[in-house]
Design a protein around this ligand. Structure first.
Ligand code: SF4
Ligand code: SF4
Length: 302
């Protein structure tokens, strides 16, 4: 079986051009599997236009639901709930109701209800899909409104992407990771071959980059940095590049500010599928990164 490498595109915050870059990488890669792990704000599908072939529910724990007809109104659930999820019913103050958003699924009320009037069904927190795109198979997901546990959903998406890669004899997974340094990001990067960190030449960008590089270092994952829109502040870009070298990360390259990237997105295309000037920068970055990251199989990219 071929070794499967996994490249995860992340950023310190949203809106840095991470997804746009991940889409271009998906186009440039040779027979990749694509995984959208930005499950809280998935939008890679807007560029890659997946055709869904399989759809599965994502279950994450349980939620308590009182059966009104069996409740005797003793109030034990109200007393025991430490999450403020139980309240008196508005239409019948002698009975109680549970707020599904506030319920943490701990099960204490279920255990202590004297008449077993509380059901504890599995909670459906979203769905994940396997789709076909023009670049290869894609695994993506949608987290339900107010649902938590996106780290578990990210892990599910990655596991499925790896399974598809192994079954289809594909050697590269391109992952659009979540922004920030929280649980979903950790779930996205652990065990990855390397991360690509997209940043911008601003004070906030420099600060966020340091935190993301510290995270990658903590997990022992090589990091390659791209400075997007570098020409908006060349001095800050120079400073970032110097900082990247000091941190022991790789400098993958710089991408110029390019309005036509937005136009490409409106046409549901990645920048490298158009004549956007920045496409040249992205191709150069991809080539360098694949060489530095030890991934040699790729399309000819000029
Ligand atoms: S503990 Fe059971 S019986 Fe008592 S109020 Fe809650 S649901 Fe009703
Ligand atoms: S399951 Fe736990 S969090 Fe949910 S209502 Fe019961 S006690 Fe509260």
């Amino acid at each position: 079986m071929r070794e499967v490498k996994e490249v995860v595109v992340i950023s310190g915050k949203g809106g840095t051009g991470k997804t746009s870059l991940a889409a271009s990488f998906a186009v440039l890669a040779d027979r990749p599997v694509i995984a959208d792990c930005d499950v809280d704000a998935a939008d890679l599908h807007l560029i890659l236009k997946p055709r869904i072939r399989e759809r599965r529910e994502f279950r994450c724990g349980n939620e308590a639901v009182i059966r009104r007809e069996d409740c005797i109104g003793c109030g034990a659930c109200l007393d025991y709930c430490r999450f403020g999820a139980v309240a008196r019913s508005a239409d019948d103050p002698a009975l109680f109701v549970i707020d599904p958003v506030a319920c943490e699924g701990c099960g204490v009320c279920v255990r202590f209800c004297p008449v077993e009037a509380i059901d504890f069904p599995e909670r459906i927190c979203g769905e994940w899909m396997i789709s076909d795109t023009r670049c290869g198979p894609m695994v993506h997901a949608r987290l339900a409104a107010a649902a938590e546990n996106s780290g578990k959903l990210v892990s599910t998406v990655r596991t499925e992407a790896r399974r598809l890669a192994e079954e289809g004899n594909r050697s590269l997974i391109i992952v659009d990771g979540p922004p920030g340094i929280g649980c979903p990001v950790i779930a996205s990067v652990t065990g990855a071959s390397f991360v690509v960190v997209v940043t911008e030449p601003t004070v906030a960008g420099e600060h966020d980059l340091k935190r993301v590089l510290a995270l990658a270092r903590h997990f022992g994952i090589p990091a390659h940095v791209c400075i997007n829109k570098w020409d908006l502040n060349p001095e800050a870009a120079d400073r970032i590049e110097e900082g990247v070298r000091k941190e022991g990360a790789f400098m993958a390259g710089r991408i110029r500010y390019d309005r036509s990237v937005t136009l490409a997105q409106m046409q549901e295309k990645a920048a490298v599928e158009t004549d956007a000037p920045s496409a040249e920068d992205i191709r150069r970055i991809w080539k360098k990164m694949m060489e530095d990251g030890g991934i040699n199989e790729r399309k000819r990219i000029g």
